[in-house]
Write a protein that binds this ligand. Structure first.
Ligand code: SAM
Length: 296
């Protein structure tokens, strides 16, 4: 087998199997063993861990995972059936890797995880993600039960920066809050396009998401919480008071907004983009109580 962590090895194997790259599936293969090592380090794996990998491609990351997990299991989900054939041949001798030839967005994950005992034993998610499914995959694994112990993804730099952005910064927005509500993000390492073949047009980052702590502080009414988040960022140049009293999805009178802001201690003249997700949880809990009182 050619060395799949080099551009020439990737080209050889594609030629051997008569495969043309499918750009629509985000097929940019990682061809740098240092970066592979960084992804594995970021995942903080123990030898008995179970890992879900989305988009194993030609198996560069899968191979590194198999080596790192002699007592664990790797469930590698690849949509492209031609690549699945390569993966099946490559890992036929390994009993700790299972190649699943499916679209990761169409899998009933709760059922798959339960049937593999990943539910009782726990699992992590590690992936060099095709960029076109980054948001749905992250969302899926943040909201799913059982939750993964950690998630390590290679993502487009700009998306990683938006996810990890602090309140008040230019990148901070609904994506930051939608992720930070479930998990603490950490940008681990910046990755240049040169470590992939073919080279993508964008830079990437290794992003780690730690679901642990953030799962304890829940909004009393999550639907209302996300409606408030969207209202705050729909018109991000407006003050909190104005954006909430003109929210498109919820009918909040100016009087109710003033009462909620007064009770929360938040200055009504600042912009929504200054609030952390925890402050928005507190604010939405206050609205939840006030709206119930108005409804009674
Ligand atoms: N993990 C490999 C690596 O690091 O070299 C390949 C990464 S490449 C960026 C993304 C991989 O995801 C491709 O192999 C592509 O075929 C696969 N893929 C794209 N869409 C997918 C989907 N919906 N479900 C599962 N795999 C998908």
């Amino acid at each position: 087998m050619p060395d799949i962590t080099t551009p020439s090895g990737v080209k050889d194997i594609l030629k051997q199997y008569d495969i043309n790259i499918n750009r629509a599936l985000g097929q940019n293969f990682l061809v740098d063993s240092n970066i592979l090592e960084k992804v594995i380090d970021a995942a903080c794996l123990e030898s008995g861990d179970n890992v879900v990998e989305i988009g194993p491609g030609l198996g560069a990351l899968t191979g590194a995972l198999v080596d790192a997990l002699p007592q664990g299991q790797v469930m590698a989900v690849e949509k492209d059936s031609r690549l699945c054939q390569v993966l099946q041949d490559l890992f036929q001798e390994e009993d700790n890797v299972e190649v699943i030839c499916r679209d990761a967005l169409e899998i009933d994950w709760a059922e798959e995880l339960t049937s593999r005992s990943f539910k009782e034993e726990g699992y992590r998610v590690v992936a060099n993600l095709p960029y076109y499914i980054t948001s749905p995959i992250i969302r899926l694994f943040l909201e799913i039960s059982p939750a993964p112990e950690s998630l390590v993804f290679m993502v487009q730099k700009e998306v990683g920066e938006r996810i990890a952005a602090d309140p008040g910064s230019k990148d901070y927005g609904t994506l930051s809050i939608a992720v930070q509500y479930y998990a603490e993000p950490e940008l681990i390492y910046q990755v240049p396009p040169t470590v992939f073949w073919p080279r993508p047009e964008v830079e990437s980052v290794i992003l780690r998401l730690n679901p642990g702590g953030n799962r304890e502080e829940r909004a009393d009414n999550e639907k209302l919480f996300f409606q408030i988040v969207r209202a705050l960022f729909q018109q991000r140049r407006k003050t909190i008071r104005n954006s909430l009293s003109r929210a498109a999805e919820i009918d909040l009178s100016r009087e109710l907004v003033d009462r909620a802001l007064e009770r929360s201690g938040i200055d009504p003249r600042i912009r929504g983009e200054k609030l952390s997700w925890q402050e928005i949880v507190e604010l939405s809990n206050i609205f939840n109580v006030l709206l119930a009182e108005v409804g009674d």
